[in-house]
Design a protein around this ligand. Structure first.
Ligand code: 2HG
Ligand code: ZN
Length: 485
């Protein structure tokens, strides 16, 4: 049972209390300082905040959560602010505080025998990967925004990315967690156990809860051995069906080697090569679609290059691919990944775009792409479908770029029509309306039709039990009680 809140404090009294806990460096109130925290990177959401709070320790965070609960102040956690679904942007009431853990940025340790890393929420994913690599291991989580995305946000959204098909999502890599719960208590689950069946798996519930059930402060992540050899190749294909055949061929020859299998449409690739400086296609001709694949092995005695050349040779002979290039150096490999990772930025530069981060069973990917392309082209003439993504695990970013010459606002006004068109097809193909970006504030309205009945009811019970006054990232994930079961 939660006590009723104390009377609301005036803004300046609240800020004084926050400053007592965090010191002046931990509280931002100036409009210019706060502005970047109130808008998402796509500039789709614009909120206001009472203050931005920057705790430097779990104890400080717990103290401010208790203060917020006592005075009914809603809290929005924000990491690198790379959410695609407005998951970290405050609303426009000006009542919410943004909580940013970038001062909690220590890598506490790497255990080489346990293959684990203890790391605080404010470390960027790239810094975490680099630290693991320097210690002789690999943190296999890899996403396009890894230079800015922070561990807290990566775990809160259960990020997936490029290597999910081999190593799983953030959830599979999380062994232990510490988090501040909605009442300001600290859940100390920093365990490094591979087996631990002791009741409900609270850490797994917090991972992917998008800051609605608690704020993650520290994690113990599982590391993997470094690969001794990695081959990256860019292949030209006719369509997603050929890409699926290539996936089948690779798996039939050796299922253990594949670590990434990324699909890119010809339209998406053209935007990248046109709009991103230094991004050039290393093939003689453009193609209707492309696959960027990566094979890797930790075994010192495997002749990976021989395997890669022979399997791609076979794919060429069988007409599954029409061309291919294998990276000959680390810088060529980075060049191939640039073509893939700059897709989001190129689409942003091309004007307004509508994103559909969806997943289907991998065998349905070709049908998804064909059907959703025709349906969207029928909906808005001139629309530019530019699907790409993690085809090897069934996650396609079925993104649509505005027709040339159309006003961005007019195109964005059709967002829900487009999303509903794509998601109707995804549903028929047994997929999900949010594969890896989460629900945020963009998609709660879809929850009743996708996760209604017992599932949404259970989610609402959990939320109410842990956060009865709905102060933790309100308006995200769950639709209002008036909507749906
Ligand atoms: C990626 O895979 C990210 O590059 C961004 O998830 C996807 O822009 C997008 O829709
Ligand atoms: Zn992605």
């Amino acid at each position: 049972m939660t006590a009723s809140p104390s009377p609301a404090l005036a803004r300046h009294d609240l800020i004084a209390r926050f400053s007592e806990i965090l010191g002046p460096a931990g509280v931002l109130t100036d409009a210019t300082d706060i502005a970047p925290f109130c808008t998402d990177w796509r500039s789709l959401y614009h909120g206001r905040a009472l203050a931005v709070l920057r705790p430097a320790s779990t104890d400080e965070l717990a103290a401010i959560v208790r203060l917020c609960v006592a005075h009914d102040v809603p809290m929005v956690p924000q990491g690198g602010n790379t959410s695609m679904v407005g998951g970290a942007t405050p609303d426009d009431t000006g009542r919410e505080v943004v909580i940013c853990l970038s001062r909690m940025n220590r890598i506490r340790g790497i255990d080489p025998r346990d293959l684990t890393m203890e790391i605080e929420a404010g470390v960027t994913l790239k810094a975490a990967q680099d630290a693991a690599w320097e210690a002789g291991f690999m943190l296999p989580l890899s996403i396009s925004s890894e230079g800015s995305a922070q561990i807290g946000g990566v775990l809160a959204t259960n990020a997936g990315g490029n290597n999910t098909l081999r190593y799983g999502n953030a959830r599979e890599l999380t062994l232990g967690l510490e988090a501040v719960m909605p009442d300001g208590s600290v859940f100390n689950g920093l365990r490094r156990l591979r087996k631990d069946n002791t009741g409900y798996a609270l850490r797994q519930l917090l991972v992917g809860s998008e800051g609605t059930l608690g704020f993650i402060t520290t994690a113990i992540l599982q590391l993997h051995p470094q690969p001794r050899e990695i081959d990256a190749a860019l292949c030209a294909v006719e369509d997603a069906s050929a890409a699926l055949d290539l996936l089948g061929l690779l798996r039939s020859r050796d299922p253990s080697l594949l670590q990434a299998f990324e699909f890119m449409s010809g339209t998406g690739m053209e935007l990248v090569t046109d709009l991103i400086p230094g991004a050039g296609l290393p093939l003689e001709e453009t193609a209707p679609a492309y696959v960027l694949l990566e094979l890797a092995t930790p075994r010192p005695d495997a002749d990976l290059r021989e395997f890669t050349e022979s399997v791609l040779g076979e794919a060429l002979e069988e007409g599954i691919i029409t061309d291919a290039v294998i990276a000959e150096s680390e810088s060529q490999r980075a060049g191939l990944w640039k073509l893939r990772e700059e897709h989001a930025e190129a689409q942003r530069r091309a004007g307004a775009s509508v994103k559909n981060d969806v997943s289907v069973p991998v065998t349905h990917v070709p049908e998804l792409i064909t059907r959703a392309t025709s349906a969207c082209e029928a909906l808005i003439p001139g629309i530019r479908p530019a699907p790409f993504g993690h085809m090897g695990d069934g996650n396609i970013h079925f993104n649509l770029v505005q027709p040339e010459g159309m006003a961005p606002e007019a195109f964005l006004a059709r967002s829900h029509d487009i999303m509903d068109t794509v998601s109707a097809i995804v549903k028929e193909l047994d997929g999900s309306f949010s594969a890896e970006h989460g629900v945020g504030q963009l998609k709660p309205y879809m929850m009743p039709s996708w996760r209604g009945g017992a599932e949404l009811a259970a989610m609402r019970h959990i939320k109410t039990a842990l956060d009865p006054r709905n102060l933790m990232n309100p308006g995200k994930v769950l639709p209002p009680a008036t909507q749906g079961a």
